[in-house]
Ligand binder design. Sequence first.
Ligand code: HEM
Length: 500
Amino acid sequence: MDSSYLHLVLPAAAAAVGVAVVLLLSLWRRCQTTSNHRPQANPILGNLVAFLANGHRFLDWSTGLLAAAPASTMQVHGPLGLGYCGVATASPDAVEHMLRASFHNYVDKGDRVRDAFADLLGDGLFLTNGRLYMEAAAEARVVLLLPALAPPLRRPRRLGPAAPPPPARRVRRGRDDSSPSSSRLEAGGDGRDDAFFAAFDDAVDISFGRILHPTTLVWKAMKLLDVGSERRLRQAIGVVDEYVTAIMESKQRCSDEEESNLLSRFTAAMMEEDGGNELGAMFDSPEAKRRFLRDTVKTFVLAGKDTTSSALTWLFWFLAANPECERRVYEEVTALRGDTAGDERDDGYEELKQMHYLHAAITETMRLYPPVPLASRVAAADDVLPDGTVVRAGWFADYSSYAMGRMPQLWGRDCGEFRPERWLDGGGKFVAVDAARYPVFHAGPRSCLGKEMAYVQMKAVAAAVVRRFSVEVVPAATANAPPPHETAVTLRMKGGLREV
Ligand code: HEM
């Protein structure tokens, strides 16, 4: 090489290296600005090594770290501060701060979540913010709370003596490879429904898998080339969109007088000839409106399907492991309809509302196995949490409902035990706690929109099953040996429960 050329290149290269080192050091220092609690980190790799080593048991590992942290809050750092930096907490004060007091600083779900789910959920409710979210959420609240519950509300209530104990029904823990769709408790349906649910599950799992990639470059390249899981995702989304669009069209055709359910009401309100309601008026074309509606319907399916089935799976496991609790649920549900032995009707809303013990058992189940175990936001501006932990703009801010349900300082020394009684007052009535201490349905302005509906559904299913069957898990469920779970969008029991 020409030596005059080297003369020019070497100083330039040295200067570039120098600038890079200064930049890296300043980024590293930016992540190290406070004396806040941090799990021990490698000076170069941050917490990456520990994260990789414990990824397979992430929830339990992070619960241990948060339990050891002085204010149940810690900072986490990526390599040289270049990867993900952020805070994780299991403190009700920090949750209160992030989800209520400083809500506007923690609205954003962040590029990582948005990019991963944008193909599946588009601009639907889950990924929107601002006025569009407010209008859509207001509409959703009305349809989620009222019409879906209207028919059972009219049912008469009957009381009477308990019916004889039900026959045992055996369910097996673990996946049956010959029938993969039976691995979780889910609503069944015709062949088209099955194809939709299979495609939906696939699309959710692949979208979630994108978040776990160390870099977005890999899946983005796969998407560009239309190969592997990205190709499967595209195909699955095609099946999902076609199915949802067909349902929307059929709901639009039948008037809301004829069929009063969530989708028909939401569709009718938005798509009326005169432009629809305020939400409908925010779109400049019927096509844009249809797309938003379709994406919002997919959001409802994502939000409502695996959450309730996850909670019910763990509930049945807990009841099998705690026969005394199962007996109390059985006595409660049969006492409310005791004169109807052999009656195949399901419970009405009034009857469900009076099932305080069952409500407590479901709530206690989700304390230990919250269907959404972690939630993540990204801070818009620098901030300080109530315990003094510094959060920088752009950092993630996560809270772990899973860890919070297992903190002795929040639930007492018996926090690891399944004890529905902790939710009941002296008269046996269910007493809720503040959502910042039990953020299983999130808290603040963006709390779960389907909480009431979810309880109604879960109680209706659990009461119907417990009244008819005693669930026995094979191998036998024992309270001190819980089954393993797997990391997905929701907290799934590994392999689920299936009937044998
Ligand atoms: C046991 C059942 C359920 C649990 C534990 C649960 C929990 C949650 C949680 C933690 C969030 C906040 C997630 C986040 O923003 O990171 C959420 C949001 C949401 N949930 Fe639920 N959910 C359940 C059932 C349902 C059902 C049945 C529906 C309706 C069909 C529903 C509709 C929604 C919607 C639309 C959102 C998004 C709200 C927003 O983005 O602001 N959920 N849910």
